[in-house]
Each structure stands twice: as structure tokens, then as C-alpha cells.
Design a protein around this ligand. Structure first.
Ligand SMILES: NC(=O)c1ccc[n+]([C@@H]2O[C@H](COP(=O)([O-])OP(=O)(O)OC[C@H]3O[C@@H](n4cnc5c(N)ncnc54)[C@H](OP(=O)(O)O)[C@@H]3O)[C@@H](O)[C@H]2O)c1
Length: 117
């Protein structure tokens, strides 16, 4: 499992020839957009499941964009890697609880939906 802090080396553990299917949450954000750009350019990544509360403006044959409710996520197909780039601030969220719902609960929900142990 990876998060935005480990983006600098997204394929460290994968052999160069391995084909990877990945999921990303938060691809509309500053960090998520850059992760998505890297994944789209990476030929070893064959499918990208992007989860967000609104559609992506990017279109690409290997990109599957899903608008989701992070409190009631659908099951995800099996993926090799998950990139978590969700985030907000207490000021934007309006409260500690609302902040935690995005920065912690939603990220954990994605990890669980992807089958993380
Ligand atoms: N920016 C940096 O320099 C930096 C550096 C280190 C770590 N980080 C961390 O990386 C993460 C992302 O940061 P960022 O700068 O990319 O933030 P950002 O540009 O504000 O993007 C946040 C992402 O989270 C989504 N999001 C926010 N509130 C949501 C909600 N209530 N429900 C569902 N989705 C929600 C946003 O979706 P919408 O587009 O729909 O709003 C967007 O995809 C954060 O945890 C941050 O702390 C950032």
C-alpha cells in the first residue's frame, strides 16, 4: 500500500516488465494529478481505477474514473497498488471530525475496499 508521501518511487518494488493495475483516490488534487500523470505515462501500468467525488477531466484508454461516496465504497477490482492522495484542511472541512473523515476515514476505506490487510 502506498500513499502520497511515497509517490517519489511508485514502482520501486515492481520488476520493469511487470504489468500493474492500480487504484488512485484524489486524482483531482494537486498531488493526485501528478501521481496520475506518472501512472498514465508508465507503460507497465495497464489499468488505473480512479476514485473521486467528482469526475476527472482527463480521458485515457487505461483510465477508469469512478465517482464514489467514500463512506459507501463499492468493491474494487484486484489491484497491485493503491495511491492515496485525498486530503483537506480543518479550515476547509469545517471541523476536526470532517477533516478526519477525509484525511483518515476515506483513505482507510479505499485501502480496505482494495483488500489491504
Ligand atoms: N500539496 C503538497 O505539497 C503536499 C505535500 C505533502 C503531503 N501532502 C498531502 O497529500 C494529500 C493531498 O494534498 P493536495 O495538496 O493534493 O490536496 P488537494 O489539491 O486539496 O486535493 C485533495 C484531494 O482530496 C479530495 N477531497 C477533498 N475533500 C474531499 C471530500 N470531502 N470528499 C472527497 N474527496 C475530497 C479532493 O477532491 P476534489 O477535487 O473533488 O475537491 C482532491 O482530489 C493531503 O493529505 C496532503 O496533506 C500534500
Amino acid at each position: 500500500m502506498m500513499n502520497s508521501q511515497t509517490f517519489a518511487s511508485p514502482s520501486n518494488n515492481a520488476p520493469k516488465s511487470a504489468k500493474r493495475t492500480v487504484a488512485i483516490a484524489g486524482a483531482t488534487g494537486l498531488v493526485g494529478r501528478e501521481i496520475l500523470r506518472g501512472l498514465l505515462a508508465d507503460d507497465s501500468v495497464v489499468a488505473i481505477h480512479a476514485l473521486g467525488r467528482r469526475p476527472l477531466s482527463v480521458r485515457h484508454p487505461k483510465l477508469i474514473s469512478q465517482v464514489v461516496d467514500f463512506t459507501a465504497l463499492p468493491a474494487l477490482p484486484p489491484v497491485d497498488e493503491v495511491y492515496l492522495a485525498l486530503g483537506t484542511t480543518i479550515k476547509v472541512a469545517g471541523s476536526q471530525v470532517a477533516f478526519r473523515a477525509v484525511d483518515f476515514d476515506a483513505s482507510l476505506a479505499v485501502a480496505r475496499a482494495a483488500g489491504a490487510r
